[in-house]
Ligand binder design. Structure first.
Ligand code: B12
Ligand code: SF4
Length: 453
């Protein structure tokens, strides 16, 4: 048996001595990769650093017979923690190839491979090529036929293979096999009135083009979904194996194919034992008929998640959001009437007249709360994400970004770093964040989820 070690680094900022991890949903990136080794001559070991510390002796044991270590990181402290993990691995065995993947590496591949600790970078959707890479490494074959790979030759020169922008990408139908590699109880929570809710991904991408969003930038406004019967089969499997009572879809836009959602609801039956929620764009939801909403509800839908972003319609136009405040309020009204819980997210601090934008956003939130006091409000500070049109705009507005992986390791999107926010506004925004508790992190995960129970 050959071994693959997949590591999901901690999201904590160790330098500021943060000690509690809040986000501990299932690490779908590496679960998806693990599923590609189902029924093979590989044994996959997953280390989720958010939930476990691994001793040097355990690490050394895990590394025996290992053909490859994979590290998954989004732009966050996962980078610095991932680099630290590589240092530990290389101290034990510096011959094991280490491949770095995930959002940050996919958006900044050249910068990432330049780091002395990174041997290889796999760009994009890893499930397409991870198995081929492992086979080549196991058999000591050349890597140049594996697409979307950057690697270092023995003399340290970087080779970049053909870049395929996943024109024929399809979601794999084997995701749940990856769940078998985990201690699942750690990822089952109680929240939003559910006792045992678990994460799952039924689609990827989004056809819309919001200018702050990495999803539309990376997936080029394409959407890929698993068929309804496949999703149904998996949910039943999760229900039978882990006694879940709800699923949280980590999809970017669950409702792109409305017929698929309706078929899933129908398959789950009129008294679905599994409740579920889904992301939706406001302009999509307001087109749903009463009858369709009833069918979705009967089949388990209880909550919808939508990005409002701003209450300033001038800003909405600039970020290409394509909805109006009136439509937002209509959505809230309909959710109240139909007994659905809306979960709405907002951002403050876009570069255009941020004082006015923040004020208008607060006004809209007040109106929403009057209509439906149970609406969940998630408030964030705008941060320009890599690869998006607003990232380029932010540079024009004077924002400076890191230029190396080490630099990114100390950069976090969840802090106010944008130069157009005055101190006064930053203080005001801080108070709003505190009020809506988006940034006041409770002492532990249990109390975090209790907020939604
Ligand atoms: C879930 C999630 C989170 C979770 C983390 C994951 C978890 N399970 O706990 C939490 C809540 C922590 C989170 C937080 C944040 N997130 Co987030 N999150 C997501 C989300 C919605 C889904 C991720 C996911 O599971 N996808 C499904 C898996 C299968 O896809 P994947 O992760 O992309 O993995 C694939 C490839 O990337 C690749 N791959 C990944 N890892 C590896 C490793 C190897 C070795 C290989 C070969 C390939 C590979 O292969 C995988 C399979 O195809 C994504 C959007 C998205 N669709 O991905 C945003 C996303 C990743 N988040 C994003 C951001 C910006 C954030 C925040 C910074 C937001 C904020 N302002 O606070 C914070 C960071 C907080 C912090 N403290 O640092 C951005 C990332 C942009 C970037 N440049 O990194 C995304 C893309 C959303 C967006 N709006 O653009 N997030
Ligand atoms: S609707 Fe959501 S996922 Fe789609 S582009 Fe806009 S922000 Fe991104």
């Amino acid at each position: 048996m050959y071994k693959i070690l997949l590591l999901y680094p901690s999201l904590l900022n160790a330098a500021s001595q943060e000690t509690t991890t809040l986000y501990t949903d299932i690490p779908l990136s590496i679960v998806t990769l693990a599923a590609q080794f189902h029924q093979s001559d590989y044994e996959v070991d997953i280390v989720d650093e958010r939930l476990e510390e691994i001793s040097a002796s355990d690490l050394a044991r895990k590394l025996q017979n290992t053909v490859m270590v994979g590290i998954s990181a989004i732009t966050s402290y996962q980078i610095v923690n991932g680099l630290r993990a590589i240092e530990r691995i290389k101290r034990i065995d510096n011959q094991i190839p280490i491949v770095w993947g995930g959002w940050h590496a996919s958006l900044m591949p050249e910068e990432t491979i330049r780091h002395p600790l990174v041997d290889m970078v796999m760009v994009g959707q890893g499930e397409a090529n991870i198995r081929k890479l492992a086979d080549c490494l196991r058999d000591h074959r050349a890597l140049d036929e594996i697409p979307n790979l950057l690697y270092k030759n023995q003399d340290g020169t970087v080779v970049k293979t053909t870049v395929q922008r996943d024109p024929n990408f399809q979601m794999q139908t084997n995701l749940i096999y990856g769940y078998e590699n985990l201690s699942m109880e750690r990822y089952i929570h109680s929240a939003w009135g559910n006792k045992r809710i678990l994460g799952y991904e039924s689609s990827r991408g989004c056809p819309y083009g919001c200018s702050f969003c990495s999803i539309s930038a990376v997936f080029q406004q394409k959407w890929y979904g698993l068929p309804a019967d496949n999703v149904y089969r998996d949910l039943r499997w999760l229900y039978d194996h882990y006694r879940i009572d709800a699923v949280h879809f980590f999809d970017n836009n669950f409702f792109v194919d409305k017929a698929r959602a309706l078929t899933l609801a129908q398959l789950l039956g009129d008294h679905s034992p599994i409740r579920w929620d889904g992301t939706v764009a406001i302009r999509q939801f307001i087109k749903f008929t009463k009858q369709e909403i009833h069918k979705l509800k009967a089949g388990g839908l209880y909550r919808i998640i939508a990005g409002v972003e701003s209450g300033d319609e001038e800003v909405l136009a600039k970020i290409n959001k394509k909805h109006t405040n009136e439509q937002v309020l209509e959505l809230v009204h309909r959710c109240r009437e139909e007994g659905l819980q809306p979960s709405l997210s907002f951002m403050m601090g876009f570069p255009w007249n941020p004082e006015q934008d923040t004020e208008r956003t607060m006004r809209l939130i007040e109106q929403i709360r009057e209509i439906h006091p149970g609406t969940e409000i998630l408030l964030f500070v705008f941060s320009p994400y890599l690869g998006t049109p607003l990232y380029r705009a932010a540079i024009e507005y004077g924002m400076k970004f890191p230029t190396s992986l080490d630099g990114w390791a100390n950069f976090t999107y969840d802090a106010i770093q944008t130069p157009w926010i005055s101190r006064g506004l930053a203080r005001k925004m801080g108070r709003y964040l505190q009020f809506f508790e988006t940034k006041v992190m409770p002492a532990n995960e249990e109390s975090f989820f209790k907020r939604f129970t």
